[in-house]
Design a protein around this ligand. Sequence first.
Ligand SMILES: *Cc1c(COP(=O)(O)O)cnc(C)c1O
Length: 241
Amino acid sequence: MSIPAPRTPPAAPPQTGLPDVARRLLAIRARMDSAARNAGRNPADVRLVAVSKFHPAQAVSAAMAAGQRVFGENRVQEACAKFPPLRATTPDLRLHLIGGLQTNKARDAVKIADMIESLDRPALADALDRAAQAEGRMPDLLVEVNTGDEAQKFGVPREQADSFIRTCRQRFGASLRGLMCIPPAGQDPVPHFRLLRAMAGEHGLDVLSMGMSADFEQAIAQGATLVRVGSAIFGPRPPTV
Ligand SMILES: *Cc1c(COP(=O)(O)O)cnc(C)c1O
């Protein structure tokens, strides 16, 4: 009687890193909840936008499997390639466009986005208006404010923000939901979060998109209702060109 050959062990599951996405997502949600509670806020009033830019659809699916439904993308083209197939299986998926938007992408943006967080100039407002008429739908809109008045950065400059917000409000009505900012790198973000909150208050807007991987807890303490977290969920992005 021969000794049976040792069985080959079952193949290891493919190394996708996907369980990491689920684990990190749960950790971020837990941190968001305690930041909200520490600030005396209801955790349900703060939503997570999982920023999946430069990560494959597979990473988005992994986050969806862990219950995530709201995603943020910077580029219209990338979003158009990634999201329609995912949405076909998960109709309650929500896509936020959070990057600087060219007017020639307005129509695709209006077609695909549930929210555009980067409305920052009159020419874009015009393009979105035309696109909305052509498409018969208008996503929710946030005005992006360049709270640090940084050159070469997206967002309406501070001194133009009030009048721009006012005209957008008249033009877009209830589709204009609130404000977004990206504080200057390397600065204390808190004064920028405070400024954004004060501006939203003056205009009676209640959506505040502020806070990223490094500072979302501070943003929640200052009233954020949307936090945009990318690398802390999906890992580092490949360097951009
Ligand atoms: C990439 C990006 C984020 C996410 O940044 P992380 O630091 O990776 O969390 C948030 N907001 C905007 C506008 C972005 O472009």
